[in-house]
Write a new protein. Structure first.
Length: 419
């Protein structure tokens, strides 16, 4: 594994934001004693299958992706000390393969090809089971990725090209590590989102998977300090997240994004059904996500809960068959800052991962106003297969688990830089 390059210049901190002390009125993004996913309104739209596209012109080049690779097995040293020769032999291959599997990557083109980030000293590059990633500062290309065990990995991304005649490379520089606290016995962290609240305070929200016959999951939110990689545990807000499907075999949350637009705050999320875990269903490994057997095994709901327009409510935006959407990124209009589309990333186990764009349009009635969102037909490209041809990494190892917006590092890439 090659990570021996000259260290780029030290990261510059993002613009300082002074937290506003909590007074009588809480922040609009507060989730203290709040239920996300509650009061589902409207009708649930019929599910979409996978519709293929030659390319995705709306997929932002430079989007940062994380993958849930990394062996959770015991280390070879631990097994050697235990004298377990059989498990030690089995682990050798897994640990060696870990060295080349992507943890962080960049969407390189409209075909969904991902270039893995392999250079740098960031702890994220060796992390086990990354579940999500967020942008801390776009101008400084600072990101935080979180593992299922709640470990946070903060790093800065660079694109470095020594000269115009050289190939460039992506470099991830370590900033900090930290740990998210979760309720006792709560299990793994499944979704997180780092965002700026209406008081210009950097926040982190995180939640568990739910499912497994649970009607809801828990949420936690607190101010986040990226320099130390920690949340302010003295200001943790305790909330809940409902299972919007009402089917307890579905996971409550698989991804989450927070969108603040004036007085309105939206919590977008996906809920996933994995029939291979819940009902012992099998996949058709000879086919793709459009096969009937696979459509029965994997399903996803895309939803959002809205606060700030009277009592909170939840919309089921879209449903999908054949895919488990575990990464979303909100694509907003530069004018009114409303969500115009959602970038979708799936983790479909042996079938790999798809990249899709879900177009959205406001449902309007003349003389009355806007009533929710209409979801157009989403289009997909095969991220895993197209990336496999470029990297020679097996497509089953491109299990997309999180998206974050491109930072300033991506300027050269958008302008045609080479890696």
């Amino acid at each position: 594994k090659q990570r021996r390059h000259a260290k780029p210049s030290a990261p510059q901190p993002p613009k300082h934001h002074t937290p506003v002390p909590m007074g009588v009125c809480a922040s609009k993004t507060s989730t203290a004693d709040t239920l996300i996913g509650g009061r589902v309104v409207g009708t649930t739209p019929p599910p979409f299958g996978v519709t293929w596209a030659d390319r995705l012109i709306d997929a932002p080049i430079g989007t940062v992706v994380c993958f849930d690779n990394g062996s959770k097995k015991k280390s070879m040293m631990s097994l050697a000390l235990e004298g377990d020769a059989k498990k030690l032999r089995e682990n050798v291959g897994a640990k060696l393969l870990d060295n080349i599997l992507p943890r962080i990557g960049i969407i390189w083109n409209e075909l969904g090809v991902v270039k893995p980030v392999t250079h740098g000293n960031a702890s994220a590059l060796d992390a086990i089971d990354l579940e999500c990633i967020s942008q801390v500062s776009g101008s400084d290309s600072i990101y935080v990725a979180t593992s299922s065990n709640g470990k946070m990995h903060v790093f800065k991304l660079y694109y470095t090209q020594p000269s115009c005649l050289d190939w460039g490379f992506l470099y991830a520089e370590h900033i900090s590590q930290g740990q998210l606290p979760s309720p006792p016995g709560a299990g793994e962290v499944e979704a997180t989102c780092c965002f700026m609240n209406d008081r210009s305070e950097l926040m982190m929200i995180w939640t568990g998977r739910g499912g497994q016959e649970l009607k809801e999951s828990w949420t936690r939110q607190a101010p986040f300090d990226y320099i130390s990689g920690s949340v302010d545990e003295s200001k943790i807000e305790i909330g809940r997240m409902a299972n919007v499907t009402g089917n307890l075999k579905w996971r409550t949350a698989s991804s989450m994004q927070v969108h603040v637009n004036g007085p309105v705050v939206e919590f977008w999320f996906t809920s996933v059904y994995d029939g291979t875990e819940s009902d012992g269903k099998t996949l058709d490994a000879t086919s793709d996500q459009t096969a009937p057997q696979n459509k029965a095994a994997f399903k996803t709901v895309l939803a959002k809960t809205t606060f700030g327009l009277g009592p909170s409510y939840t919309d089921i935006i879209a449903q999908y068959e054949g895919i488990k959407v575990e990464a979303i990124l909100l694509l907003t209009d530069s004018g009114d800052n409303k969500v115009k589309a959602v970038l979708l990333g799936s983790d479909d186990e042996i079938m790999g991962s798809l990249l899709g764009v879900q177009p959205l349009q406001e449902a309007k009635i003349a003389g009355v106003g806007n009533f929710g969102l209409n979801a157009g037909t989403p289009k997909f490209v095969n991220l895993a297969e197209n990336s496999m041809y470029e990297t020679f990494i097996p497509k089953s190892k491109f299990g997309t688990s999180g998206f974050a917006p491109a930072g300033s590092f991506a300027t050269a890439i958008i302008n045609g830089a080479r890696v």
